[in-house]
Design a protein around this ligand. Structure first.
Ligand code: HEM
Length: 396
């Protein structure tokens, strides 16, 4: 049993958005990584097939193992990760998934998004109004905007927003490296702090009646959800909705600068541009599954119990599907990309993420005729998850 964590030493600076994908380009679309003991799937067709395959389960935090999990270790050998995470409907395939997803899906309907739009616009305007001459895109715009939006959707008070960044990172680390005691401790702490924030908000007379937490409380009262589901779903929405969106906004700006396409952005249709930016460099580069029965694909046999990573970002650069895939073209008309997944776990917040990104793209491209990078953007690998850390711009 190896005790070396392949992620622990991997703090790197990666200013080039293509760097994450080029390494996978030469690899076969279905291949086994000996070091990690994981399957990597990179082709569009193969990812599309496996993401909807009934033998590939989303319950990987509970059932999936890598060579790093010691079967003799009591904590990791059963019930990996906190109870709260195992309640997340994202990690469930059956009726429970449909029931819990169905409860919160109305929060993301077209009608609800239209009602939320003025709030998102107002927050973006507020954050941009404070910037004169310079902006650090992550800390000054992307992180506060997407955390305020998540708090609004859930009904958490706005002063909770600055805590979301730490929570999301600690939970993300928990999901990929819970065999490290420090990661486990921090992840569990983040989850219990979310639980506490949720309990406090539920007691508050100011909880908006149409908020996510109020919807979940009603579901508990009618017996459609259990008490523990309330903070579990809230934790899932913080994890799935905050950093994904803030990182994507930062990555979108980075991609435009990398491609020297700022002027093009000013005349682009924001809706079209955002789809190409999602294809070019998404924030959720991969999703995991665990095989519940053997599956054969491209002549390779995936065994029951194997962990499988479906590389959405790499699949979005498949030259068999996208012409000249490593070139950003803001007017590219994309029929379908995989940035939000596919099938029953298709991103619940896709419409919200698109709305936030379009608003930001529209506002910044109108506000700033030209921008210049103050220094190369830095991306840090936080336990294997690339987090865009700094993107500082000079504005004109
Ligand atoms: C650019 C931003 C975003 C990206 C790239 C993204 C990507 C994804 C992907 C790829 C999945 C599928 C996971 C899987 O198949 O295992 C997913 C699921 C999910 N996303 Fe997003 N997401 C984003 C923003 C959001 C937002 C803003 C929210 C909510 C506020 C959200 C909530 C969810 C939820 C709840 C799921 C689980 C759905 C299920 O299992 O049924 N996401 N997202």
């Amino acid at each position: 049993m190896s005790s070396v964590c392949p992620y622990a030493h991997a703090a790197v600076v990666q200013p080039d958005p293509c760097a994450d994908y080029l390494a996978l380009k030469e690899a076969p679309p279905v291949h086994w990584d000996e070091v990690l003991g994981i399957w990597f799937i990179t082709g569009t067709e193969q990812v599309g097939e496996l993401i909807r395959h009934p033998a590939l389960s989303s319950a990987w935090p509970e059932r999936g193992r890598t060579v790093l999990h010691d079967p003799a270790d009591e904590v990791n050998s059963h019930g990996r990760t906190a109870d709260s995470v195992r309640r997340w409907f994202m990690f469930d395939d059956g009726t429970r998934h449909r029931a819990l997803r169905g409860l919160v899906a109305p929060l993301f309907s077209a009608g609800r998004l239209a009602l939320l739009r003025p709030f998102v616009e107002e927050q973006a305007d507020d954050l941009l109004a404070r910037r004169h001459g310079r902006i650090e895109v992550m800390a000054d715009l992307a992180v506060p905007l997407s955390s305020r939006v998540i708090c609004r959707v859930l009904g958490l008070p706005s002063d909770t927003a600055p805590r979301l960044e730490g929570w999301a990172q600690d939970i993300a680390a928990l999901l990929v490296a819970d065999y490290l005691p420090e990661v486990s401790r921090r992840g569990d702490l983040a989850l219990s702090q979310i639980e506490h924030a949720v309990a406090t908000a539920l007691e508050s007379p100011d909880l908006p009646p149409d908020s996510g937490l109020a919807v979940l409380r009603k579901a508990r009262e009618s017996g459609e959800a259990e008490e523990a589901d309330i903070s579990a779903v809230a934790g899932l929405i913080v994890y799935a909705g905050f950093e994904t969106t803030s990182t994507f906004i930062g990555k979108a700006v980075r991609s435009v600068l990398h491609a020297g396409a700022w002027r093009e952005l000013r005349s682009a249709d924001p809706a079209v541009a955002v789809e190409e930016l999602l294809r070019f460099d998404t924030s959720v580069r991969q999703v995991a599954r665990v095989a519940t029965a053997p599956v054969t694909l491209e002549g390779q046999r995936i065994e029951a119990g194997d962990l499988v990573l479906l590389m959405l970002g790499a699949a979005n650069r498949d030259p068999g599907v996208f012409t000249d895939p490593d070139t950003l073209r803001l007017d590219r008309r994309i029929k379908k990309h995989l940035a939000f997944g596919q099938g029953q776990h298709y991103c619940l917040g896709a419409g919200l993420a698109r709305m936030e990104a379009r608003i930001v793209i529209e506002k910044i491209s109108r506000a700033w005729r030209d921008v210049r990078l103050v220094e190369p953007p830095t991306t840090k690998l936080h336990f294997g998850i690339p987090v865009l850390e700094r993107l500082e711009l000079e504005l004109s």
